[in-house]
Design a protein around this ligand. Sequence first.
Ligand code: IMP
Length: 418
Amino acid sequence: MIIGCQWGDEGKGKIVDVLAEDAQLVVRYQGGANAGHTVQLPDQEFILHQIPSGILHPDKRCLIGNGVVLDAAEFLREYDALDQRGVNPKKRVGVSYGAHLVLPYHKILDQVSEDQATKKIGTTGRGIGPTYEDKVGRRGLRVGDLRHPDRTNTLIEEGIARAKSIIGEGESITDSLMEDREAFLRDSDRLVEFATDVGLEIANTLADGDSVLLEGAQGTALDVDHGTYPFVTSSNTTAGAAAIGSGIGPTMIDSVTGVVKAYTTRVGNGPLPTAFEPEMDEMIRELGGEFGATTGRPRRCGWFDGVLAKFSARVNGLTGLAVTKLDVLDTLPEVYVCTGYETQHGIIEDFPADLVELGEVKPVYEMLPGWMEPTKEIRSQEDLPRAARVFLERLEELAETSIEMVSVGPKRSQIIRF
Ligand code: IMP
């Protein structure tokens, strides 16, 4: 399993792409088109929002589990774009019968809820929260329902009526709910062809002795239970969700690789304890290209947060760490890591369970010398500058997890295996 250990955007897409080489099946199990997984191949770049990054390998099958909320139009656009750009996705993509569908009115409700909120979350506007609300409210429309037009129509009618009761009648927006519905039904006819039993496919693949890679979206601190609530997404982004969201038992999972950036970023609102001062923020954003892959929003940047990394290791049961974007720090004379949080009750090294406290903490930093050498072309641990190795060792200590690989650039080849 590959899991994000910060606030998303850790570079999971690239790590999944690298590890997909050894797997037969790649499965997404939570989130939706709010994710944006960027993968750079020698000749072109792909940003995938719903189809697992494993699709860029010619012979892998890629599945979308029941835990995902699926945007049909976006999914088909992504599928067709892959086809047009020379990645043949035919017969290689499947969607769980149990995946809930994001309907056009969910996106409108997402916007309305942000507009009306006193505490704005800064969502991606992809209808994620309202779709999960309908799922838990037991009134959602699932991929399997599309095989039964009467059932589908009734659920959509009821959904539109509910949306109108929230948004208000007589507004132009309610007309667009109806128009969008026709487009949605056209997409549905195509989507139903992709329906499959994801849990069964995984079990059969494992029974044949092949490997399965589970691809997480967003990151630990955005988990609806364990993240910085309420500034979180609406799904469980931590490792426990992979079994539920794909339809397998937890004992079938034998490794959990956590992905961390060599620094921290966050897009959307909510606390970011290690946030940089404005000048440094600007510099790292430019050096690291830290703009949202889904919304294009600038990401807030900060130093590596060892307290969060330790928490992520615990809550996800990490078996290894993948560190990305080490090269972004190549030119810095000094690098800092956060080793604790200063609170009213003294210094703590464990992520506070009280999130009000999190908003008030001051990070405690340790300064390490920078390496001031390019690392992009390095391919082995021994060839890394000494200061970079010391920095990475410190990350391992803080996260209490061994590093398995370090990424030193966006390309597939820019990876160092430990
Ligand atoms: P939502 O998932 O669109 O409801 O957004 C809720 C919060 O999660 C917002 O702060 C978003 O910016 C954040 N978020 C959602 N998906 C991602 C992602 O893939 N990367 C980083 N942040 C995300």
